[in-house]
Design a protein around this ligand. Structure first.
Ligand code: 2AL
Length: 168
C-alpha cells in the first residue's frame, strides 16, 4: 500500500490495516491520530514510539492473537496468515519441536502467558536458546522483553503492509 493511500483512508479502514500488526487500541489510535505521514519512515518511527513501551495489559491482550512457537495458526485472518509466514522457515523436526513444547510449557507455568519472540529471521535452535534464557528472567525484565518482541513483530508486519523491510 502507498502511504498516501493510507493517509486518505477513513479511520475504520485505516485501523483495519494496523490491527493485524498489533491488536492494541491505544497504539492504533496514536498512529491514526498522527496522520498524514510524509513517508513510511515517519510512520514507522511514530509506530515505534507509540509502542515504547506497551503496558502489561496491552501485551497480554495482543498475545491472544499469537500462536505458540511451533503451532501453526489456523484460519484465514490476516493475523493468522502473517504468523504462518513468520514461522514458515522454522525447522521443527521431532526433537526440537518436543524441546520447544516443553520449554513453552515451563514458560507458561512461570509467567502465565505465551512465550513471544520475533520468529522471522531466527532459526528454531536460536528460538529455543532464547526461550531457555528468558525462563530465568525476573518477571519485570521478562515483561519488558516480551514487549520489545511484540513491538518488533508489529513493526515488521507494518513494514510488510507497505512492502518494505525496516532498516533496524
Ligand atoms: C509468533 C508468531 O506467530 N510470529 C512471531 O514472530 N512470533 N509467536 C510467538 N509465540 O512468538
Amino acid at each position: 500500500m502507498e502511504i498516501s493511500r493510507f493517509n486518505a483512508l477513513g479511520s475504520t479502514n485505516a485501523a483495519a490495516v494496523l490491527r493485524p500488526c498489533a491488536d492494541i487500541d491505544r497504539w492504533i489510535e496514536a498512529i491514526l491520530g498522527a496522520r498524514p505521514f510524509g513517508s513510511l519512515e515517519e510512520l514507522l518511527a511514530w509506530a515505534q514510539n507509540a509502542a515504547d513501551p506497551f503496558t502489561e495489559a496491552e501485551i497480554d491482550a495482543a498475545l491472544a492473537h499469537h500462536p505458540r512457537i511451533g503451532e501453526r495458526a489456523t484460519g484465514s485472518s490476516a493475523e493468522a496468515s502473517l504468523s504462518r509466514g513468520e514461522q514458515s522457515t522454522l525447522n521443527l523436526d521431532e526433537r526440537i519441536a518436543a524441546e520447544i513444547l516443553a520449554a513453552n510449557r515451563a514458560y507458561e507455568d512461570r509467567f502465565a502467558r505465551v512465550f513471544l519472540i520475533r520468529a522471522a529471521g531466527r532459526s528454531s535452535e536460536e528460538i529455543l536458546a532464547e526461550l531457555r534464557r528468558r525462563l530465568d528472567n525476573d518477571p519485570d525484565v521478562e515483561r519488558a522483553e516480551a514487549g520489545e518482541q511484540l513491538r518488533a513483530i508489529a513493526l515488521l508486519r507494518l513494514a510488510a503492509v507497505f512492502s518494505r523491510v525496516p532498516s533496524s
